[in-house]
Ligand binder design. Structure first.
Ligand SMILES: [Zn+2]
Length: 615
């Protein structure tokens, strides 16, 4: 065991971190990762440090109409679009340090098989049924008009840009026939509706079971719970299959080989949480290992997303699970996997806007993760999202505020505390100093920093990440104040006292570094090394080139050896006195105020030449 490696007791608590699946029609922007990405990673890293057994899964959501629209526009296949964007998204999320145990994709053979098993389980229990419905065709060509090619006025909120499958304004799912004044996005003609057969999910059969379940979810964020409860007032059967040629085939004779019918992209995307867990288990060498997170009665499952996805996680996916378990009004028995757990909590963020405007790839009001990380550190973005992100209200990202948070808080607050303490110890002692007898001030600081794990941990366990980051930075402020008050640079004549002050400051820094590790995993590793530590403190995710377990096609996954990390959620002692310390390099980069004007100019320039069709 390394010096300074004091592993926390491992708990039996199994926690599934189910992270919303980024849609593979283009690269992701910082609004996306502020909703699903950073919050889920902070949560997972905190629980791993606490000794819990975390399984964090997601992948790219690659089916559905927008992918086929993009493929048509470029004259390539949907698979080629998906392959390209899957790789971009994998690289970006790994660069941001998001510690997925498995980040996969929905075009795997495994995902297809698991999605079909859920469909068949629902069908067997009577919660999926065939029904003749009106489907849209183009009068001029006679061909099926896919849902998202149809636009019209939302019958619920009156928004006039609603699409045939969903209203982006109110978030409700729609069918094309629901739209007021529907028109084809291809040529503006009014679609003709003809009778077709589709399969439907019997949502009304879950009104009671969903209500009972939501009735036990009092700890959710109030806006998420209220929205979810309100959805129950008027549940209608929802189309489980769609008119599209790109997606999971419907696993029934007479349907399996039809080119124009697939499972609805949203209904297969949410199954991804389960299929990714199963894929992870198969890759781990124990194909049954996923069951500890999905079937043990005392395991927990937290789902992270932006608020536009709440309906799919608090209504559609729980209904699919209840039906598969045989727990709706029609009864039934669990499918071949056995009974599956419902979400413990649906953790939804609000929206991030950009300089007062809604993020929009089509209007180029956007900064992609890749572009951001080409100019700024990942931890600077993670810090902004944690301390100033859209946790419980819509929040504006401004470059001026990003600059201020980076320079005043990360650099001048935390970075400067590390830098001046380690510099002084390196210059005067060259090693971790030997402490003498502690004074009341020394003991008070150490009580504050070691005591902060309870308060910050309590906030993190309730996903109050903004308050948790703020409290951790308040403790950093206490340590800075201690250093200014004790002024070890004035203690040349009293080296014993100087060394005691420096040792106390370095121990406080070690505690603060652990408190900040879930938020700032990259710099936490650097601070660990500056304090004389060796080995892995906070493990980084890895991009691994791999193959489909069933059909052999190549693709990249994100995974990692997170159990190698030394970081634990507790105060741990510094390396022993005498451990060499080197003069530090700055951990954070101070930004020049000119970046604000440069970035705003970039935004204006792009805002005049938008062509990208993604949202
Ligand atoms: Zn609407």
């Amino acid at each position: 065991m390394d010096a300074g490696h004091y592993p926390q007791a491992v708990t039996d608590r199994h926690i599934l971190t189910a992270v919303a699946w980024p849609y593979a029609n283009g690269p992701r922007h910082i609004g996306h990762v502020s909703g699903f990405g950073v919050p889920s990673d902070v949560f997972s890293r905190f629980h791993r440090m606490s000794g819990d057994q975390v399984l964090m899964v997601s992948g790219t959501d690659e089916h559905g109409t927008p992918i086929t629209v993009a493929a048509d526009a470029e004259g390539i296949t949907p698979r080629q679009i998906a392959d390209r964007n899957n790789r971009v998204i994998v690289d970006d999320l790994a660069s941001l340090g998001l510690s997925y145990d498995l980040f996969t994709r929905t075009t795997t053979a495994n995902h297809r098989a698991v999605s079909q098993e859920i469909f068949l389980g629902l069908l067997k229990n009577g919660y999926v049924f065939p029904q003749t419905t009106l489907g849209a065709i183009s009068p001029s060509t006679g061909r099926t008009l896919p849902d998202r090619y149809i636009e019209g006025t939302c019958p619920i909120c009156g928004y006039d840009g609603a699409r045939g499958d969903q209203c982006d304004n109110c978030g409700n799912q729609l069918d094309p026939i629901d739209l007021v004044n529907p028109v084809s996005r291809i040529n503006g003609e009014t679609p003709k509706f003809v009778e077709e057969e589709h399969y439907f999910l019997d949502l009304p059969a879950f009104t009671r079971a969903l209500g009972d379940w939501l009735g036990t979810r009092g700890s959710w964020r109030p806006n998420v719970l209220n929205f979810s409860v309100n959805l129950l007032e008027d549940l209608k059967p929802r189309s489980y299959t769609r008119d599209i040629d790109w997606g999971v085939p419907v696993p029934l004779d007479g349907w399996r080989d039809r080119p124009d019918k697939r499972i609805y992209v949203w209904f297969d995307a949410v199954v991804g949480y389960l299929s990714a867990s199963i894929e992870w288990a198969r890759r781990s060498g124990d194909p049954e290992a996923w069951r500890q997170w999905w079937q043990a009665p005392d395991s927990d499952a937290y789902y992270f997303m932006g608020k536009d996805n709440i309906v799919f996680h608090s209504e559609i996916w729980p209904a699919q699970l209840l039906g598969y378990n045989g727990e709706g009004d029609k009864g039934g028995t669990p499918g071949s996997y056995g009974r599956l757990n419902l979400p413990t909590e649906v953790v939804s963020s609000e929206f991030l806007t950009m300089e007062g405007r809604k993020f929009s790839s089509s209007r180029n009001v956007v900064i992609y993760v890749r572009d951001f990380l080409s100019r700024y550190d990942a931890d600077a973005l993670r810090y902004f999202i944690a301390v100033a992100g859209p946790e419980n209200q819509d929040t504006d990202f401004t470059w001026a505020e990003f600059l201020r948070r980076n320079n005043d808080e990360l650099v001048a607050g935390w970075g400067n505390l590390v830098n001046r303490s380690v510099s002084m110890a390196a210059k005067n002692v060259g090693a971790v100093p030997t402490p003498g007898e502690l004074t009341d001030a020394d003991r008070a600081l150490l009580a504050t920093t070691s005591g902060a794990f309870d308060a910050v941990g309590d906030l993190l366990s309730r996903n109050r990440q903004k308050a948790a980051a703020t409290e951790a930075m308040r403790v950093v402020g206490e340590a800075n104040k201690y250093l200014s008050d004790q002024a070890p640079w004035k203690l040349k004549e009293d080296p014993d006292r100087r060394d005691t002050v420096l040792h106390t400051a370095l121990q406080a820094i070690k505690d603060c570094n652990a408190l900040l590790t879930p938020f700032l995993p990259h710099s936490a590793q650097q601070v660990h090394e500056l304090l004389g530590g060796t080995g892995v403190w906070s493990a980084a995710p890895q991009v691994v080139e791999t193959e489909d377990l069933d059909d052999g096609s190549p693709y990249p996954i994100i995974t990692g050896a997170y159990d190698q990390a030394q970081a634990v959620w507790a105060s741990t002692p510094l390396p022993p006195p005498g451990t060499p310390l080197a003069p530090p390099k700055p951990v954070f980069t101070k930004l020049d105020p000119s970046i604000v004007e440069e970035e705003l100019a970039r935004l204006e320039e792009k805002g005049t030449s938008g062509t990208d069709g993604g949202a």
